[in-house]
Design a protein around this ligand. Structure first.
Ligand code: PLP
Length: 414
């Protein structure tokens, strides 16, 4: 029982270096966050040793009396946080939650309708190389070419034309709120299930800062590790009673074997924390931070440099920077920001003229920095650093010094 540094110094070094990277860079990948110590503790605990196939009280293994407590807490907290009658907290990831949802709602070969991947949708919503595109007949709705918003008339037309079994609302890169009521009305009109994947905005929903899809959708899935700030994993919610059993059996035994009990315990803690006032404050700072960033990147000097923001702003935790008119492409922007100490990912914009490995966009999120403690003053500073980094002839060293002042002032995992 030697420590990691003795058993495997190479991996111990990776952990140390990664901690250093997280401390020294400003983390602005929209799907990332920092989990609290309490969550790390469960994930690094003896619960990882336990097999617990089945559900609390109905396991296929002995010795589940304590992990049952953890899973029941996670289920009850998820239900209470989101106002749902049903929660399955076993999915190992968002993609696995989504695979289970589709298995419960559709048969292989059925038509599913989701947001086009290059317009902000997710792989699991019907991308052709993903299980969702291979096992189901996937059709997509696109954003409006003028406004870059989802147009519910377009969704309705597509739904009437293709008669999908499942309509998917949810996104990985879209800066505005969705109209869940309108989605449900369309689903009802064509006899489809409405599935909402709130992976990105679940934390905003939990804080009451974004409309909840739970009252409108037949099923809601989510990751727990983005705005929700819990362990990497998934969760499925529903208020549609006829689906509860189907959803459970689609997760186990349909998609998974033994649940990750250490992660489920960590989810329970994350759901507990997400119900507290501090969490709401953090999500408010997250949204304000994204709005400050959008404002900076649409200022006259940014516009003059060919920088813009899709939809002109944001209601959520991310901004989609549009670099189609800029000399700097998405890949160069990602690298420039890395050079000043900011981590983001390049992202295709709808109808992107540049290839997918280059792109004309950057997706920038504010969740992790809000967790780090940033408020309006810091986000204003970050927004200015980003704006200047993307403009002609940036002074990288000066901008890196400004980043360092911020990371020094907000120590991480101190
Ligand atoms: N759904 C959406 C909307 C996502 O953005 C993501 C992650 O990027 C997922 C599902 C998949 O989550 P995971 O990476 O945990 O499989």
């Amino acid at each position: 029982n030697e420590p990691l540094s003795v058993v495997d110094p190479e991996i111990a070094a990776v952990l140390e270096q990664e901690l250093g990277r997280q401390r020294d860079y400003l983390e602005m990948i929209a799907s990332e966050n920092f989990v609290p110590r309490a969550v790390l503790e469960s994930q690094g605990s003896v619960l990882t040793n336990k097999y617990a196939e089945g559900y609390p009280g109905r396991r296929y293994y002995g010795g589940c009396e304590f992990v049952d407590v953890a899973e029941n807490l996670a289920i009850e907290r998820a239900k209470s946080l989101f106002g749902a009658d049903f929660a399955n907290v076993q999915p190992h990831s968002g993609a696995q939650a989504n695979a289970a949802v589709l298995a419960a709602l559709a048969d292989i070969g059925d038509t599913i309708l989701g947001l086009e991947l290059s317009h902000g949708g997710h792989l699991t919503h019907g991308m052709k190389l993903n299980f969702s595109g291979k096992m189901y007949k996937a059709v997509a709705y696109e954003v409006d070419p003028e406004t870059y918003l989802i147009d519910m008339d377009v969704v309705r037309r597509q739904a009437i034309e293709h008669k999908p079994k499942v309509i998917i609302a949810g996104w990985s890169a879209y800066p505005r709120q969705l109209d869940f009521e309108a989605f449900r009305a369309i689903a009802d009109e064509v006899g489809a299930y409405l599935w909402v994947d709130m992976a990105h905005f679940a934390g905003l929903v939990a804080a009451g800062l974004h409309p909840s899809p739970v009252p409108h959708a037949h099923v809601v899935s989510s990751t727990v590790h983005k705005t929700l700030a819990g362990p990497r994993s998934g969760v499925i919610l529903s208020n549609h009673e006829p689906l509860f059993k189907k959803l459970n059996s689609a997760v186990f035994p349909g998609q998974q074997g033994g649940p990750l009990m250490h992660v489920i315990a960590a989810k329970a803690t994350a759901f507990k924390l997400a119900a507290e006032p501090e969490f709401k404050d953090r999500q408010e700072r997250t949204i304000r931070g994204a709005q400050l960033l959008a404002a900076r990147l649409t200022a006259p000097d940014a516009k003059a440099a060919g920088i813009d923001v899709l939809t002109g702003g944001t209601d959520v935790h991310l901004v989609l920077v549009d670099l189609r008119a800029s000399e700097v492409d998405g890949k160069q922007a990602e690298n420039l920001l890395h050079d000043v100490g900011i981590t983001v990912n390049r992202n295709s914009v709808p109808w992107d003229p540049r290839p997918p490995m280059v792109t004309s966009g950057v997706r920038i999120g504010t969740s992790a920095l809000a967790t780090r403690g940033f408020d309006d003053a810091e986000f204003t500073e970050v927004a200015d650093i980003i704006g200047l980094a993307l403009m002609p002839d940036p002074d990288i060293a000066a901008l890196a010094a400004r980043v360092k002042a911020l990371t020094d002032a907000f120590p991480l995992y101190a």
